[in-house]
Design a binder for this molecule. Sequence first.
Ligand code: C2E
Ligand code: MG
Ligand code: MG
Length: 722
Amino acid sequence: MTQSFNALYQTSSSEQAYELALSMIDQVFAAKYCFVGRLSDDGLQVRTLAFHSQGQVLDNIEYELESTPCADAICSVDVCIYQDQVAALFPHDAMLNELGIKAYLGMTMRDVSRRPIGILVAMFEQPQNFSAQSLQWFQDLAFIVAAQARHEIDIERKNAMLAELSLRNIVFEQSKEAIMITDAENKILRVNPAFEFYTGYHESELLGRSPGLLASGRHDQQFYANMWQQLHTHGHWRGEVYNRRKTGEVYPEELSITVNRDEQGEISHYIGLFRDISDWKESERQLRFYASQEPLTGLHNRRSFLERVEQHISLHHDQNTPSSLLFLNLDRFKDINDLYGPEVGDKVLVAVALRLQHCVVSSDVLSRYGGDEFTLLLANSTKQQAYACAQRILTHVCQPVRLGELNIELSCSLGIAHIDEQIDSATVFVRNANHAMLSAKRTQSQSIAIYSDEIEGQYLRKIQLRDKLAKALKANELTVAYQPIVNFRSGKIIKFEALARWHDAELGTIDPEEFIVIAEEFGLISQLGQFVLQRALADLSTLHKRGYPHICLSVNRSVSEFNQLLQPVEAILAALHEHQIATHQLTIEVTESVAIGVQQVQDQLNILREQGVKVALDDFCTGYSSLSHLIDLRADYLKIDKSFTHKLLSEHKHQVVIASLINIASELDMEVIAEGVDCADQHQQLHDYGCHFSQGYYYSKPVSLPQALALLEQADSFVDTL
Ligand code: C2E
Ligand code: MG
Ligand code: MG
């Protein structure tokens, strides 16, 4: 007895259909077990979708297909029938054996491509003798159930596809990377929001158009030809491209294009992915900038400059190209920093950098070498051209810098080195120019020096002196000489100027003009100044004890000593106290030219004066002398420099200047000491002008303490004795 399948077509779900099909099997065959199963795990297993035992619904199970009658059934196109002894035929099928199955019916369910998708099974405890009609019915039932299973699988696949599609869509829509899909003719089909964001185009403006509309024009035909060739050979291309936004702005992007092919292997789409790398490029540019540029001025930094000089030296050795190196150092830049603060100092450096840039051509390499030092490599320039350039620079840089209310005077020193065979490294080339610059600075501010063997010799001597001086100071090997200062009115010695002396066993006596500069330059001046002060005060104390208590002392102090942390004012006052010398008996001589303008120096000198210490402006009439300084700088004495005194007799204008200076100083409550008086006529003339004091070889050269004592003893009055 078979059943119509009408009811099966009325079911509203697969589950219902499977249940109904099994119920029909129950009715037609009264099978012990029956089930609908789906192949799973790539066809290795069966998972039941509905399972009945004698009309009762059982829980679904899963079993291995191998060595079961179902494996046979799957391979068969017809119903697989075992009427008896099936368990014995499949001894490894535990389920068959456990359930005591004798007969078996199985029919494979297939998809439209005839691939097995599942199985319909009925199993019996008793041997069976199936009629052809019932087998046909079972086969037909299996077809209908298979149709249901296919439908279910289709729905599952569709859902999975939809899920994947929506996932893809999310990725497409949400991606931070810009995505563009073009068709086989490279016409734009889709772009994502990130693409719209970066390019500024809306998708609707791009559809059907070529991606060429984004081209920036920065890449040539060859670039695109290579790109297409690689795309067609390897299916992929990746690189950096400059494209143009809708606004016209050109930007860099990292682009990767993939070719998509259909099942026949024909190109179906091109998928382009890019990200805007403007920020990366900017960071990269900045990194490169800071690696080679000095941040304040934007000029090359020292490292980058030296690299270029190295390249140039190899070029010179290969092709004999001439070149010169200029080394520039600002004069007294430290004073600018101290006086106006580092912000103003920075602005001055930037102004200098700009002025230098105006003096060079593009092939020159200009650097801020460090602090207030600038270097310039003049490639392919002759010695004359280099000198002309140095002169141009000197004129341009040595102009006042105006910063708001401030007007800052600038001057600099320049050294030039020319390339030659001896120069084998950038450091040597720069060092030579630097030594030339130092030589220029020593000679005269605002000047140019060209490197020579003589300069090198001077430099080496300087280094040698520096080392020896440091040792000599440590070993207390310096001495002090005393030169008398005579009162014109009384003709008597009223004080001595203490002058440092240095005799080196190897180099002989070294001129103070030479070693004082070195002490200043290499930070030894405070030590030297303190030594002279202590020794001279001790010697003065001796003179006082030997019956000359009225004798005073003048010591020289470099202005740089007042910039040091050692608190020179306190050190001076403490030394006076220690040697029991009255403050008014000490005069501090400072060079007039450097005392001006540095407030810190003036403040300290004023404190000393308030304590009774006298201040003398040394070297007056040299350098920067101006009468207005006399009013600004409150001093007790003016010392007319020996170079001026020496011209007193020969040059009328010097006579006029000295005569008026003595008058003006007197008006301002200052006294004048004429230095370098070395003959009776000079003495007489200065006396006639009303000069207050006099010092020079005419009276005595600087002498030792015993000789100074002897001078005091033998010459009560120079005026009388001379
Ligand atoms: P200064 O302070 O102007 O000292 C006077 C210089 O003129 C001394 O040279 C002295 O020997 C020289 N002199 C004096 N009368 C005559 C003369 O009639 N004819 C000639 N041709 N020269 C004369 P000195 O001792 O060589 O000192 C040179 C400079 O070195 C000094 O110039 C001073 O600026 C500096 N100096 C010397 N000792 C010290 C010191 O202890 N500390 C500091 N900071 N500087 C010192
Ligand atoms: Mg002096
Ligand atoms: Mg002097």
